[in-house]
Design a protein around this ligand. Structure first.
Ligand code: GLU
Length: 305
């Protein structure tokens, strides 16, 4: 397919809407992002992993919760289904950092993409590797061939200083006996993984194993076909905060968003996508990014439905 026309129309759909959103500022270091920035990239796995993009698709941004997809994949690759004893797979219907929900559910997080769930996944990856965030960074470097991918120390420190709610979630998990490693260690690796900076180009490449049904860039198998399906399924029901229903309605793809304004999305067997626009809607999803993915699936007719 000649993507140029499609990508130009996608950028046109995203451009005007960004001003209706707001850049996340609860992590002060994120507030500096330009609300009008926009990028979109597509990695076509049917064409050797060719990446095409539009706008600022090679600009770096803070991946934040998009990182949760990759830590989940690394833990599933090592542990298989055992993880699902510790973390649920249901939509949350509550804010991503809800303490009330975690307490009601006796310390079993609703899914791996709410913050409590991601803390449990990171705890497990730490036990498995001894360096959860370093293992994640090395995986992302290997999948993309970009060895400059790294943590943003300023963003990580800013989140550590202001992350009282995540600290509370980690302590609540520990109180329920759900963490193996010390709270301090888990929070350290969690904030580091969220602070990684990448581009739409490299995130589309990094997510391509989900389009390839579990195969890595070097064609070795990371996940079984059904594990890859499960990650895509959990992304569909819980990847876009508590508006996953609205997102599925508009876009029709498994996706994971982050408060840095990035969203990755997957069309199994065909391509992986990443879009970025720092201005967020009331649920925490990029306004421009959602509009771009909506336009992309409408123009191409590609979705999982
Ligand atoms: N580091 C952020 C937090 O825990 C990630 C949130 C997000 O992107 O959803 O608050």
């Amino acid at each position: 397919m000649d993507y140029r026309t499609v990508l130009a129309e996608v950028a046109e759909a995203a451009g005007p809407v960004a001003s209706s959103g707001k850049v996340a500022d609860y992590i002060p270091a994120l507030a500096r992002a330009d609300p009008g920035a926009f990028g979109f990239a597509l990695c076509d796995i049917t064409d050797g992993g060719r990446v095409e993009g539009v706008g600022e698709w090679q600009a770096r941004f803070s991946i934040q919760s998009v990182s949760k997809v990759f830590t989940l994949a690394l833990v599933l690759a090592a542990d298989g289904d055992a993880l699902w004893q510790r973390v649920g797979k249901e939509p949350s219907g509550s804010p991503f950092n809800s303490l009330a929900q975690l307490e009601r559910d006796q310390g079993v997080p609703r899914n791996p993409f709410v913050n409590a769930g991601a803390l449990v996944v990171t705890d497990r990856l730490q036990t498995l590797t001894g360096d959860a965030s370093g293992t994640l960074r090395d995986f992302l470097r290997a999948e993309t061939g970009d060895h400059t991918i790294d943590f943003d120390r300023h963003v990580a420190a800013s989140e550590r200083r202001h992350g009282h709610r995540n600290a509370a979630l980690a302590h609540l998990l520990a109180d329920h006996g759900r963490l193996v490693n010390p709270v301090r260690t888990v929070l350290h690796h969690y904030t580091r993984q969220c602070s990684l900076t990448m581009t739409c180009q490299t995130l589309a490449l990094a997510a391509a194993f989900l389009a390839r049904h579990g195969l890595r860039a070097d064609t070795t198998r990371l996940l079984t076909r059904s594990e890859a399906k499960r990650i895509n399924a959990v992304m569909l029901v819980g990847g876009t905060y508590d508006s996953a229903g609205e997102f599925a309605h508009r876009v029709g793809l498994p996706a994971k968003s982050g408060v840095g304004g990035g969203i990755i999305a997957v069309i199994p067997g065909r391509c992986s996508l990443c879009t970025w626009g720092p201005a967020l809607d009331g649920h925490g999803n990029s306004v421009a990014g959602t509009a771009a993915l909506d336009a992309f699936t409408t123009l191409t007719g590609w979705s999982v439905f």
